[in-house]
Design a protein around this ligand. Structure first.
Ligand code: FMN
Length: 412
């Protein structure tokens, strides 16, 4: 999404300015054309050479130096850029921006540009919580600036409080979100389910599966980067929650069904990539089952677990629509996943028909490059008109983009 995007990273004189080095490097590696503008005070912390080395481009700081490139360099930079991200934004620069002061290269560009403005305030908590800073942030927010909220944590002073610059993934996520606002999913509400469910056996054990959630998290991230409002309903996974996504955590299939039902009414798209357990223990024990307990009719040393079928979330939606004659305000595009270990195509075709899906993504999870936990996937796409696409092995993030391409064409 960042390939060839023109981004200005403004760096102010705050202690977190060293974290902007990582950001510039991350953006450059993602293919963005990054112009760094430093304030004079930022150069008390870091030398321009460091940023120039990371961005592979010149670094700007002096409003008065003839550039030889454009009559007014600050205007040229302001007009060319697609985003101005100020990371970190000091209390001082926030105050200047709020009052339209343009006394250095960064504040002059920020005032002149009509590109979106993204601000990542970072400072000692006393400065951040001061009514002047809060009023300046409110004013900037009202005028359309996007603010990355600082985190609570250990500050450079040693104090614990609000004011920390968030981690790189948050900064990159916020940049992607702002740049993607006008994307082909702008104004759409999408719901993505991800991860596996955990069905309790007793308070400490569960029946689960190997789903890592990577495919669902990739789908949610790509939808965000294309402008959608994303609700991610996730089973327990070891993944970072993507920035700017509404997360609903669940554990069991029944919780996932209830969560889907509660958010689906005004959604345009439901993508069910979660591996929902087909069965759950019929009566979970209220206390931990002891090692020497025997259950069922088994011999000594055996233990029988009685399972009952879980609700079929997509199937129930299809049934509810059939009964109600589809009373939704908009047509809901339904996308399902089929993780198979054999007869992938036959199983997928049967699932497609039974659940009234618009698109089904089937993959053979027994293969090393498309199984649970991998970063790649090899998928077959089944369309409602019977067409099947056999996609090559690709990173999950690229497969997510290919899936959204198909969904966008269904939304037109
Ligand atoms: C060691 C040191 C650390 C500082 N850290 C911060 C900070 O994290 N956030 C902030 O808003 N100001 C911080 N300041 C104060 C700013 O550097 C000062 O307000 C300066 O005028 C900001 O200039 P600029 O906004 O043009 O970069 C710090 C100052 C010093 C000396």
């Amino acid at each position: 999404m960042l390939l060839n995007k023109r981004i200005i990273v403004g760096v102010c004189g705050g202690i977190a300015s060293y974290k902007a080095i990582e950001l510039v490097s991350g953006l450059q590696q993602a293919g963005a054309l990054v112009d760094v503008i430093m304030t004079d005070h930022a150069q008390e912390f870091i030398r321009p050479l460091t940023f120039a080395t990371m961005s592979h481009r010149p670094v700007y700081h002096n409003l008065w130096e003839p550039s030889g490139q454009a009559a007014e360099l600050h205007i040229a930079l302001a007009e060319q850029t697609e985003l101005v991200a100020i990371v970190p934004a000091t209390a001082n620069t926030l105050a200047k921006l709020a009052y339209g002061i343009a006394d250095n290269m960064l504040t002059a560009v920020a005032l002149a540009t009509r590109a979106p403005l993204l601000l990542a305030p970072a400072m000692y908590k006393g400065m951040y919580e001061h009514p002047a800073t809060q009023a300046n942030l409110s004013l900037l927010r009202e005028r359309g600036a996007s603010i990355i909220e600082p985190q609570v944590g250990r500050l450079a002073s040693g104090a614990i409080g609000v004011g920390r610059l968030p981690e790189l993934s948050v900064l990159m996520g916020a940049i992607n979100l702002v740049l993607g606002r006008e994307g082909d999913l702008a104004g759409r509400r999408v719901v993505v389910t991800a991860g596996g469910t955990q069905e309790p056996i007793d308070p400490v054990r569960y029946v689960g599966n190997r789903s890592s959630g990577k495919m669902g998290y990739a789908l949610a991230t790509v939808a965000r980067d294309r402008g959608a409002h994303v609700t991610l309903i996730s089973g327990p996974v070891a993944l970072e929650v993507p920035y700017g996504i509404e997360l609903c955590k669940v554990e069991t299939a029944i919780q996932m069904r209830d969560a889907v039902d509660s958010v689906i009414t005004d959604a345009d798209v439901l993508v069910m990539s979660a591996a929902v357990a087909d069965f759950r223990p019929i009566t979970p024990a209220s206390q931990k089952i002891k090692k020497n307990e025997t259950r069922g009719s088994g011999e000594q040393g055996n233990f029988s677990l009685y399972l009952t079928r879980n609700p079929d979330i997509l199937g129930q939606l299809a049934d509810a629509d059939r009964e109600s004659g589809v009373k939704r305000s908009r047509r809901l595009i339904r996308v399902g996943f089929a993780a198979e270990t054999h007869d992938v195509i036959a199983h997928a075709q049967a699932k497609m028909a039974a659940k009234r899906l618009d698109l089904l993504i089937a993959n053979d999870v027994s293969q090393p490059d498309s199984g649970f936990g991998t970063d790649t996937n090899k998928a077959y796409l089944f369309h409602a008109n019977g067409r099947m696409e056999d996609l090559p092995v690709m990173p999950k993030i690229d497969l997510a983009a290919a899936i959204w391409d198909r969904i966008v064409s269904l939304l037109l």
